[in-house]
Design a protein. Structure first.
Length: 115
């Protein structure tokens, strides 16, 4: 079964940037929509960015529009999230999955933004 491994998180100051990666092992990432979810402390998991199989269609939650960019490399079974102009409210654990999220969740990658 496909396993998802997220990486690239860290601690940054507000206004900084991070690039998250998600690698799918044991199979193809998906020919459907895939994306990034995040779970802030004490809150539920939210879908914040998505991308279609060939990358021609993307989705962004309003709070990240203009700051985050999602991309994928199907040959590498990898997906990315470039996060610019980070804000303290972006602090969360970030996960990748299909939409809907039908694969087992990975461990996520922690993003912490200090003010």
């Amino acid at each position: 079964q496909v396993q998802l491994v997220e990486s690239g998180g860290g601690l940054v100051q507000a206004g900084g940037s991070l690039r998250l990666s998600c690698v799918a092992s044991g199979g193809t990432l998906s020919r459907g929509e895939v994306g990034w979810y995040r779970q802030a402390p004490g809150k539920g998991r939210r879908y914040v960015a998505g991308i279609s199989w060939r990358g021609g269609s993307t989705y962004y939650e309003d709070s990240v529009k203009g700051r985050f960019t999602i991309s994928r490399d199907n040959a590498k079974n990898t997906m990315y999230l470039q996060m610019n102009r980070l804000r303290p409210e972006d602090t969360a654990i970030y996960y990748c999955n299909l939409r809907p999220a039908t694969l087992p969740w990975g461990q996520g990658t922690q993003v912490a933004v200090s003010s």
